[in-house]
Design a protein around this ligand. Structure first.
Ligand SMILES: [Zn+2]
Length: 331
């Protein structure tokens, strides 16, 4: 497996979908072959950025990718997503190829390893006999983790968010009874569960924080013979253009003209609360320098501003002449 698409794009795992889009556009512009003619490394980088964006660039693709990674991690740890299902060791972790669609029933197929019910039950019995001190596994479907994106304003006021949810539900035809039976149900092929989609409404409490997790009991995958897992939703606050979260801190980029960085001066910014604030730029400020503004962040918290270079869209004739003079002077 290559690098994680999050790492390739340089975004944190709890970035909102909108932030991923903004970062992608910026990187794609920066590394576009047209802007880097003859630079093979830039072209490679551009391709890697495209590939990463294909994986997590849309909400649906990202959901699928995240789910796949979580399953792979679960199996790598030796975990069993369906305690009580027979054939524990039969899962082929290599089965999740990149690119192709991901389906919960594929997990089940691989997990159950195509084993007949009776054989599976026998295996489970002998496994339990060899570890008599271990309690029998709790029959519970796996939890589902997902993210939900809201605006800073929605976080302050609370919000009701529609959430497209796909999970394993008890088969409507056999009601789970055909799980591990000799006569598999034609609808679920004897799994007792099937993948179904629904739209649920998630209540986000007012004062919600970035990264906060909501636990929706029994809204995870259902187990044909036990209880359902939970749905864990991570709240992601979209900080909007020019802002990002960094380890729970809100960072706002402040573009400053080069002359102001060198000579000092002031710039005006708009805070997340929509307030206009004048910032003094001290002489000799460098790109990347930061300053903390107490009380101007989200929900009255601190706002960390980071000075970046303001790049002019257009340069006037006078400015060009002035720049030429500066070049001659060695600046
Ligand atoms: Zn069924």
């Amino acid at each position: 497996m290559g690098d994680s698409p999050y790492r390739v794009l340089g975004v944190s795992k709890d970035a909102t979908d909108a932030e991923i889009k903004r970062v992608y556009r910026k990187l794609a512009r920066q590394h576009h072959p047209d802007r880097n003619p003859g630079d093979a490394a830039a072209e490679e980088r551009f391709k890697a950025i495209q590939a990463a964006y294909d994986q997590i660039g849309t909400a649906a693709a990202r959901k699928e990718y995240d789910q796949q990674i979580r399953m792979e991690e679960m199996f790598a740890r030796g975990g069993n997503p369906f305690p009580g299902f027979g054939g524990g060791g039969g899962f082929r972790s290599g089965g999740f190829g990149g690119g192709q669609g991901f389906d919960f029933s594929d997990i089940l197929n691989q997990f159950m390893g195509g084993m007949g019910g009776a054989e599976a039950q026998h295996q489970q019995r002998s496994r339990q006999q060899s570890h008599p001190s271990q309690p029998p596994p709790v029959k519970r479907g796996p939890d589902i983790e997902a993210g939900i994106d809201i605006t800073l304003q929605q976080a302050l006021n609370g919000a009701k968010i529609e959430f497209g949810h796909r999970r394993l539900r008890i088969c409507e035809r056999c009601e789970g009874t055909s799980f591990n039976s000799r006569k598999p149900c034609p609808k679920c092929s004897g799994k007792g569960v099937e993948s179904r989609s629904s739209t649920i409404t998630v209540s986000v409490p007012s004062g919600a924080q970035h990264g906060q997790q909501l636990r929706l009991k029994k809204m995870g995958h259902e187990h044909p013979q036990g209880e359902a897992g939970d749905l864990l939703i991570t709240i992601r606050l979209d900080a909007e253009e020019g802002r990002r979260w960094e380890g729970g801190r809100l960072i706002q980029e402040v573009p400053v003209p080069y002359s102001t960085l060198i000579l000092g001066g002031s710039v005006r910014i708009r805070t997340p609360a929509g307030k206009r604030v004048q910032i003094e730029v001290i002489e000799g400020t460098r790109i990347g320098d930061r300053r903390r503004l107490v009380g101007h962040g989200h929900d009255g918290g601190p706002l960390d501003i980071e000075f970046i270079l303001a790049e002019p869209e257009k340069v006037s004739k006078e400015q060009k002449e002035a720049l030429e003079q500066l070049r001659e002077s060695g600046l």
